[in-house]
Design a protein around this ligand. Sequence first.
Ligand code: PDD
Length: 282
Amino acid sequence: METLGYYNGIIGPLEELRIPMNDRACWFGDGVYDVSICAQYTIFALDEHIDRFFNSAALLYMTPRISKPELAELLNTLVRKLDSPTQFVYWQLTRGTAPRIHTFPEHTAPNLWVTLKPFTLPDIYGKIKLITVEDTRFFHCNIKTLNLLPNVLASEKAKQAGCAEAVFHRGNRVTECSHSNVYILKDGILRTAPLDNLILPGISRAHIIVQCGKLGIPVDETPFTMEELFAADEIMISSTSSFCMSASHLDGYQVGGKAPELLRQIQDALWTEFHQVTGSAL
Ligand code: PDD
C-alpha cells in the first residue's frame, strides 16, 4: 500500500476511506491528534507521543477505547503495511459520531483515526526563511468557523451546571455566549458588545438592533463589564435557534427581572417579524 487510512478498525488506501458526516471532527474540530515519523518502520519516540495523545484526550474528557500498549501495537502493525519504510504517522481521536449539538453527545464513543503516508526526511542542515505573525489563535470569534472547541467546552460546562448557556468574558469584559450573543437592558438602554473580532456578528443581533430602532429603544454597542452584567435590569441572549431569551439566574445568583415590559417589547418585535416573514402562525 502507498498510503493507509484507518477508521475504527476499517483499513484502506487513504484516498478511498470515508468518515461519517456526523463525526464530531466535522462539526466542531472536537478531537485531539498526535503525529510522529517512522523510519525503517520504527516510529520515533512513540511512547512519548502516545502519552501526550492520551493526556490531550483526557484534557478534553475523552477516553480512547484502546489502551496505550494497544495503540502502540496498532500503529506498529499499520506502518508495516506501507511500501515506504519512512512515513508520516498521524493518529487522532474525535469525541464520537452524533447529530450536531454543542454539548457532549450522550450515546457515542470516541472514534480513532490513523493516516499513514510516505515521508521524505528533511535536509536539517539547510537554511530556511521565517516570518513573524501576531499570535491571534482564539481571537477569530467574528468568523463562523468550524473550530468551536472552546464553545463546546463552555456549552458542556453550562449543561453540567443545569444552565442553557455560558456567557464568555475576557477579564472583566463581557463578549458573547458559547452559541449566542448577549445583551443587557439597563435604564431603558439595550447594551451589547461591539462588532469586533471577539464576537460573532449574529444575524439575530442585527435584527434585534433594527427592531429596537423601530421601537425607539436606544442601543449602546460599547463593551460592558461583569459588574454591569450582574446589575442589569434584564439579561438577554439571542441566536438563530433560541431567538431572544432572557435569564433569571447567572452563576446561581438571581438576575434581571427589573424591566419585563421593555424586554417583552423586544421579544415581541423579533417574534412577530419571524412569524410575518415565514408566514407561520403567531
Ligand atoms: N450559533 N455567537 C456564537 C458563538 C454563535 O455560535 C451564534 C450562533 C451566535 C448568534 O448568531 P446568529 O444570531 O446568527 O444565530 C453568536 C448557532 C445558532 C449555532 O452554532 O448553532
